[in-house]
Ligand binder design. Structure first.
Ligand SMILES: Cc1ncc(COP(=O)(O)O)c(C=O)c1O
Length: 366
């Protein structure tokens, strides 16, 4: 069976280094906010090209901390509207709702799966104070146009970069450095994945970084002194240790993903399968490779029969989830069509040429 993602073998590559570092970690007996977290924050900020990075407990907390900090700083107010893509992972929406803000769902472009700028224009009202593009599946949203739109209406731009570590635009600027503030997830399956939960905020805004730094540590900068009503959303020291080792491999891994994607795109030729848009640049790091088919159930069982594991990102759009009853009657046909037809096929830095050949052969024979 070709696994959708072979996490065991992805992490096995780092085992000797993990073990060596783990011994050092044990010997240091410094378990919370130690030198691994500090090193990661410095190195990940430098990797993204931002002035600041604050490690967090996970990607959802990173997004929520950004919104909460903006509310504390008076740049947003509870009840403000936030434009967000209608087709995203549910956590993007949760960050808005948990910050007592109101999500305004925007249809995507069916080709890129990313937020449509025409739809943004249509849905804008004076209640909108922020926009949160998601670099879905690893492909940058159209940040130049989004930032121009945001500038015109004085909106905050918050990137959900949870799936796009290392994606960069044609000027070499990376995800995480294309907006006022960005959130990353290091969930194990991500291109840069921890061995548990982890996340980070990146920004060039010193005040925002300082506020999040306090907020995520009980609202405190100095031990036992609390200037804000904070929470505990810190990046774990041991996860930072794994991430420090894996960060060095991220660019090489993304290149392999792009090479596999290029093979899929040029060698899969089947009118029943719609391939994703890719402009052959570094703006897509192929966190997942998503095709569309009309008869998804058949397609998935056919691939399973031929030993290819797949996943659906995602089967139910946020506005149709039971938790969001209030939004259930919204009609978002492009988003709904995407959720009915998408299938993610295997892509990873350790997929072998033989496995890629097999996937291509089986898809062409469908
Ligand atoms: C687009 C998107 N946003 C937010 C998140 C939330 O990240 P986490 O699972 O680390 O909380 C994820 C990932 O899981 C994601 O894919």
């Amino acid at each position: 069976m070709i696994k959708f993602l072979d996490l065991y073998n992805i992490n096995k590559r780092f085992e000797p280094e993990f073990q060596k570092k783990f011994q050092q970690f044990l010997d240091s007996s410094h378990y919370i906010l130690g030198k691994e977290v500090t090193t990661f924050e410095t190195d990940f900020a430098s990797y993204c090209g931002t002035n600041y990075c604050v490690g967090t407990s996970n990607g959802l907390d990173a997004l929520t901390l950004i919104f909460k900090a903006y509310i504390l700083l008076g740049k947003l107010q509870e009840g403000d509207h936030v434009l967000i893509p209608a087709n995203t992972f549910f956590a993007s929406v949760l960050s808005v709702l948990n910050s007592r803000l109101v999500p305004v769902f925007i249809e995507p472009e069916i080709e890129t799966f990313n937020i449509s700028i025409q739809e943004i224009e249509k849905k804008y009202t004076s209640q909108v104070k922020a926009i949160m593009p998601v670099h879905l599946y690893g492909q940058l949203a159209n940040m130049e146009t989004i930032n121009a739109f945001a500038k015109k209406y004085e909106l905050l731009v918050i990137e959900d970069a949870a799936q796009a570590h290392g994606a960069e635009n044609n000027s070499g600027i990376k995800a995480g450095n294309l907006s006022h503030a960005a959130a990353f997830s290091f969930y194990p399956s991500k291109n840069l994945g921890a061995l548990g939960d982890g996340g980070a905020v990146t920004t060039n805004d010193a005040v925002l970084a300082e506020t999040i730094n306090k907020l995520h540590n009980y609202g405190s900068e100095k031990k036992y002194e609390h200037s804000l009503i904070g929470c505990n959303n810190r990046l774990d020291e041991i996860q930072a240790m794994f991430l420090n080792i894996k960060l060095k491999q991220l660019n090489a891994d993304n290149l392999i993903r792009q090479e596999i994607a290029k093979r899929y795109l040029s060698e899969i030729k089947n009118d029943n399968i719609v391939l994703p848009f890719y402009n052959n640049t570094k703006d897509h790091v192929f966190h997942v490779f998503v095709v569309r088919v009309e008869d998804r159930n058949n397609f998935v069982s056919y691939l399973k029969k031929h030993h290819i594991e797949t996943l659906i990102h995602y089967p139910i759009p946020p506005h149709k989830q039971e938790a969001l009853l209030y939004f259930n009657n919204l009609s978002l046909p492009i988003t709904e069509k995407i959720h009915e037809t998408v299938v993610s096929i295997p892509i990873s830095p350790i997929l072998t040429d033989l496995e890629v050949n097999h996937v291509i052969k089986i898809l062409n024979a469908y």
